[in-house]
Design a protein around this ligand. Structure first.
Ligand code: ZN
Length: 160
């Protein structure tokens, strides 16, 4: 594969309703490995980060966090998935979202937000298609990772 590009391609991306609010969708095919979009925002201090209630914080390294809450950060609409088709990559203090596989037109873009985000904001309930499938098929879920099992159980009891 060619060297990773950190210049977002000029892909058509659409903000549309998804099953968890708004989401970002591919308006055209995106090839595996392509740089899709940069996650942009305001750089904030550690102090601001601790006080912040933003759900769009992205810690780049120990001394740099960006708050991607502004609407001009189109990448903020990318939802979490445990079976993501994109992944964030940090490059020279900036965050770029790359396609992990070939993405078809109309597909929703997502990446794995990571364990900490999950605990803090998603309240251990994941709305991604992979986790919804697991809830629908408890037998298969039993074979899943321990952490995922816990989530599934909690979700199931809350629904009753
Ligand atoms: Zn999930």
């Amino acid at each position: 594969m060619p060297r990773k590009s950190y210049t977002p391609g000029d892909f058509s991306l659409l903000v549309k309703r998804s099953n968890t609010g708004l989401g970002l969708f591919a308006g055209e095919a995106i090839p595996k490995g392509a740089c899709v979009i940069e996650y942009i925002g305001e750089e904030i201090t550690k102090e601001q980060e601790e006080k912040s209630r933003s759900k769009y914080l992205f810690e780049i390294h120990a001394r740099k966090t960006i708050d991607g809450a502004p609407r001009w950060n189109t990448a903020r609409y990318i939802n979490h998935s445990c079976r993501a088709n994109c992944e964030p990559n940090i490059h020279k203090g900036r965050v770029f979202i790359h396609a992990k596989r070939n993405i078809k037109p109309g597909e929703e873009l997502n990446y794995d937000y990571g364990v900490n985000y999950f605990k803090q904001y998603l309240k251990d309930i994941c709305g991604c298609p992979k986790c919804q499938e697991k809830r629908a098929a408890p037998v298969r879920a039993a074979a899943a990772r321990k952490s995922v099992k816990k989530i599934t159980k909690k979700t199931a009891s809350k629904k009753r």
